[in-house]
Design a protein around this ligand. Sequence first.
Ligand code: FES
Length: 105
Amino acid sequence: MGKLQKPKHHIFVCASFRTKGEAQGICNRKNSTSLIQYLESELVDRGLDDVLVSSTGCMKLCDRGPVMMIYPDNYWYGEVDEEAIDEILDALEEGQPAKEYLFAD
Ligand code: FES
């Protein structure tokens, strides 16, 4: 087996997948699938090839969805749209959180 290339950042986007494989939760209704596509294409455009994206089940934060988390930085973002993704990635490239989209602690 080759050497495991671990990502520098791992971005999780709530896509509220259900056990039967049917995505019908709130983040999904709020368009998280197209957000994931947007995010993936932004990562390619920016040459951020050490960032991995995964979709998750419901994070129990539906009121503030779509929800997105970045590890190991532990940044949690709510009400994410394409504009937010641009700002979040700008900040990530500078090693910072995009403060206006962060969940309050
Ligand atoms: S469906 Fe995304 S937080 Fe609940």
